[in-house]
Write a protein that binds this ligand. Structure first.
Ligand code: SAH
Length: 284
């Protein structure tokens, strides 16, 4: 076994999908854990790695007894409770794993939890994970960077703290998190931000899971993806890295052993299936 850092708290990225996308180091930390505080996105099959640990569900959606109502204009009652739980268990002297979907450093509220531990004088380590944008690229075999044309990648959320939607243009390839419920609005914001209407846009939901779905669109027709991906964690990749890499590569995707997401639904196909073009803001 790898030597354990002296800290008793490890933030572990679970990866975005099935349990085997966790890193070896993350799996080792789980094996050593007495308490695991986990999010709703982590694969329940990971429990097999820490059968004797106490697993505590702190997923924002399913966290029983935690009010979600804004307090003082900020939706952080659940976060405060998670911070307190982390500190409490760490102070009790047991090994704690804080298991987060994807990578802890990407839209994972890691900052707040690190601050809470630091304030309590508790050391910790962070074990990285595969973030959803990377799983989406892998699922569709569309590299995020392209020699010459795709020199930068941005991981972006279109959602602001107040719930408004904004979009800019920060990189050759831009991956949007947490925008799945507002694809039509995102489409409009992207055009306003200067993306050409025919820029490739790729939508992948449940990337890394056996039921992952991918569909290809343009910035202008992104709203067509709404129904197909409704209710599923969704990544939207826009720009150079969203484009297919050619017929030969697509043939390899079809023959792929790991059942890659078949990229379905170009914009016209989505229209043919009756997906309304402007339905992006109303899904659950
Ligand atoms: N820390 C996570 C992101 C958490 S924010 C990571 O690194 O991946 C939650 C958002 O991540 C979701 O709204 C969605 O946009 C994205 N996401 C998480 N898992 C996903 C998956 N399997 N497929 C597609 N998008 C996913």
């Amino acid at each position: 076994m790898m030597p354990r850092a002296s800290s008793r708290v490890a933030f572990v990225g679970a990866g975005p999908g099935q349990a085997d996308l966790i890193t070896v180091r993350g799996a080792l930390r789980l094996q050593d854990a007495d308490v695991v505080l986990f999010d709703s996105l982590a694969d329940p099959a990971l429990r097999a790695l820490a059968r004797n640990a106490r697993w505590i569900d702190v997923g924002k959606r399913g966290f029983a007894g935690v009010p979600h109502a804004p307090r003082g204009g900020r939706e952080n009652t659940g976060q405060d409770t998670i911070n307190a739980l982390l500190v409490k268990h760490a102070q009790s002297g047991v090994n704690v794993v804080r298991l987060k979907g994807g990578d802890p450093s990407v839209f994972g509220r890691l900052e707040e939890e690190l601050e809470a531990l630091a304030a309590a004088g508790i050391e910790c380590e962070v074990v990285p994970g595969v973030t959803a944008a990377l799983a989406a690229a892998a699922a569709t075999q569309r590299p995020l960077t392209r020699r010459g044309a795709g020199r930068s990648v941005a991981l972006t959320t279109a959602m602001t703290k107040s719930g408004a939607l904004t979009a800019g243009r920060h990189a050759d390839t831009e991956s949007f998190y947490m925008a799945g419920k507002q694809l039509a609005a995102l489409s409009r914001r992207l055009v306003e931000a200067g993306w050409a209407a025919d820029t490739p846009a790729l939508v992948v939901s449940r990337a890394g899971w056996p039921d992952q779905i991918a569909s290809e669109h343009t910035v202008a027709t992104l709203g067509d993806a709404t129904v197909l991906h409704s209710g599923r964690p969704t990544i939207v990749t826009v720009g150079v890295g969203a484009a297919a890499i050619g017929a030969a590569a697509e043939a390899r995707v079809d023959a792929g052993r790991a059942a890659p997401a078949a990229v379905t639904g170009t914009a016209p196909a989505a229209e043919a299936s009756g997906v309304p073009a402007e339905a992006g803001t109303s899904t659950p």
